[in-house]
Design a protein around this ligand. Structure first.
Ligand code: ZN
Length: 467
C-alpha cells in the first residue's frame, strides 16, 4: 500500500556554472526499466528507438546505475490504476501535450517522475518507481552528432540523454558543458560533471568490486541470515575457470546479515590452503574498507576462520587460496549469533500516559497486545531510542503476524517535536521501513498495525545506512 506519492515534473528549455544538482529522489534498486517502442525514424539519423537506447546505454556505462530497455511500446501517459504517471511502468513517446497539459512554449521534452515518499511531508524525496518521458511533437526533430544545426530542428539524442538524467534522479547542473544543463547546447555526450552527478547518487563504477575484478557473484540458499541464532553451510569447488584475483581462483557468495552479529565462519579444504575474505558492500556494491576482513590460517591446520562481531549488512564472502593455481573442493560453515535484546526493556509512563519502552539495543523484539495503548482502534507500542551522534539510519519493523505501520517522532523537552515520519509498506512485503538522518536526541518509535485490532510479535532492526 502506498502511503503517498509525489509527481515531479522536470523541463528542458530551448535557448542558449557550481555544477550538478541531485534531487532527493532515486531508484532504490539502482535500475530503471524503460519500455522503448517509439515508432518511426529521424530524417537523417536512424530510428528514435536506437537513439534513445544509446542514451540509456551511455548512462549505464558511467556509473553503478543501469537502464534496462524492453522493446515494446508503453504509453507514457497511461494510468494503470495507481495514480496518473505513478503506474510503475516507464514509457517514452512523442506527444502533442504533456499527457493533457500543454508543453511550455520552449519546452522540448518532459520527464514525469513519481514514487513513494520517504517521509510523510515528502521533504526527504522519494524512491522513484516511475519516470515517463514525453517529447514535444510540435518540435522538428532529428538525430545527429556535433554542434547544433541552425535549421531549426532539435537534436533528439542529446535531449534523451538529458531527460534520462532527470529520470535517474538528477536536477539541472550549472556546469557550462554538462548535458544536465537546463538548456540544450552543442554538448551531446555525458561530461565529467554529469558522471560525478550519477556517482553521487548511485556510487562510482570504479568503486564496484565486481567491476574491478569482473567477478561473478553467487547467492547461496538461505543467503539472508537473521538473528538470534542462525547457521548456513555450503560446499564448492575452486577451479581454474573461476574468477581470478591476483593469480588465485575466487568464489564469491553474497550474504545478508539482518542483525549485528557475532559470526564464526570456517573455511576448510583438504585440497588446498584456503584463504577467506569477508567484505561488507554498500547498496551500490562498493566495498567498505572498515568492514573488510581476511584470514588465512586461524582455523584448524591451514584452514581459515573469521570469528568476530560484525554490523548488520550485506557481505561478500570470498573463498580463495593462499597459493596460486590451487584447486579443489571446500566447505564453509557460518554460525551467526545475535544477543537477544527483548529482556532488557525498561518501562516508563510518558506525559501522554502511554507506556514507553526504553531499549538501548539496535534490535528490538516485542509484541502488540490487546492490553496495549489503543490509538484509532489500533494497538500501539512506543519504544524510546537515544541518538548520540548524527546518524543516517534505517529502521525496519517486521512482523509475520500483522501488517506493520511504523511511526517516528522526536521528543524535545518531553513534548513531541516537529519530526513525524510514518511508513506502512516500505520494507519487504507488508513490513515497514523508515530511512532518515537523525540528529542527536530522543526519539520515539511507534509500532502499530495498518488494520485495526491486530496483534502479534514484531521485530525492529535499526542499522546505519551505508553511503
Ligand atoms: Zn531538464
Amino acid at each position: 500500500m502506498r502511503t503517498s506519492a509525489l509527481l515531479l515534473i522536470t523541463l528542458l528549455s530551448i535557448s542558449s556554472s557550481h555544477a550538478f544538482e541531485i534531487s532527493d529522489n532515486f531508484w532504490e534498486t539502482g535500475q530503471a526499466v524503460f519500455h522503448v517502442g517509439i515508432s518511426g525514424s529521424s530524417p537523417t539519423g536512424g530510428t528514435w528507438n536506437d537513439a534513445f537506447k544509446r542514451s540509456m546505454a551511455a548512462w549505464s556505462s558511467v556509473g553503478s546505475f543501469e537502464f534496462v530497455a524492453i522493446d515494446d511500446y508503453l504509453d507514457p501517459c497511461i494510468d494503470r490504476g495507481e495514480g496518473l504517471f505513478g503506474d510503475g511502468a516507464t514509457g517514452v513517446d512523442f506527444g502533442a501535450s504533456v499527457c493533457g497539459s500543454e508543453f511550455g512554449e520552449s519546452t522540448l521534452a518532459v520527464t514525469l517522475s513519481a514514487g513513494q515518499c520517504l517521509n510523510q511531508q515528502c521533504t526527504g524525496g522519494f524512491t522513484i518507481t516511475d519516470a515517463d518521458i514525453v517529447f514535444n511533437d510540435g518540435v522538428t526533430w532529428d538525430v545527429y552528432s556535433g554542434s547544433l544545426r541552425l535549421d531549426g530542428s532539435s537534436e533528439f539524442e542529446r535531449v534523451a540523454l538529458h531527460e534520462l538524467g532527470h529520470a535517474l534522479g538528477l536536477n539541472h547542473s550549472t556546469a557550462d558543458a554538462a548535458i544536465m544543463r537546463a538548456f540544450v547546447s552543442d554538448t551531446n555526450s555525458l561530461q565529467s560533471d554529469d558522471i560525478a552527478g550519477i556517482a553521487s547518487i548511485y556510487g562510482a563504477e570504479e568503486a564496484t568490486l565486481a567491476n574491478i575484478y569482473g567477478v561473478t557473484l553467487v547467492a547461496p540458499d538461505n543467503a539472508t541470515i537473521s538473528g538470534p541464532n542462525n547457521s548456513n553451510n555450503l560446499s564448492g569447488v575452486l577451479s581454474s575457470s573461476d574468477n581470478q584475483l591476483d593469480g588465485k581462483s575466487l568464489d564469491l557468495y553474497q550474504y545478508t546479515f539482518e542483525n549485528d552479529s557475532l559470526i564464526d565462519i570456517q573455511l576448510d579444504s583438504q585440497s588446498f590452503d584456503p584463504f577467506l575474505y569477508l567484505v561488507r558492500v554498500s547498496a551500490t556494491q562498493a566495498s567498505l574498507p572498515s568492514s573488510t576482513f581476511v584470514d588465512d590460517n586461524s582455523g584448524l591446520g591451514n584452514n581459515a576462520r573469521i570469528n568476530r562481531s560484525i554490523q548488520a549488512g550485506t557481505y561478500w564472502l570470498g573463498v580463495s587460496s593462499a597459493n596460486n593455481n590451487a584447486q579443489g573442493s571446500y566447505d564453509v560453515s557460518i554460525i551467526s549469533s545475535t544477543s537477544n535484546p527483548s529482556s532488557s526493556f525498561e518501562t516508563f509512563t510518558s506525559i501522554y500516559d502511554v507506556d514507553v519502552l526504553i531499549n538501548p539495543n539496535p534490535n528490538i523484539s516485542g509484541s502488540l497486545e490487546s492490553t496495549d495503548f489503543e490509538f484509532n482502534n489500533k494497538f500501539l507500542d512506543l519504544v524510546q531510542i537515544e541518538v548520540t551522534t548524527a546518524s543516517a539510519v534505517k529502521i525496519d519493523l517486521s512482523s509475520s503476524d500483522f501488517d506493520t505501520s511504523l511511526l517516528l517522532v522526536d521528543i524535545v523537552n518531553n513534548e513531541v517535536g516537529t519530526l513525524a515520519l510514518q511508513n506502512d509498506d516500505g520494507g519487504s512485503g507488508a513490513n515497514s521501513r523508515i530511512e532518515t538522518t537523525l540528529q542527536p536526541g530522543t526519539y520515539w518509535l511507534g509500532v502499530t498495525s495498518f488494520d485495526p485490532n491486530e496483534s502479534g510479535n514484531y521485530d525492529i532492526a535499526i542499522s546505519l545506512v551505508l553511503p
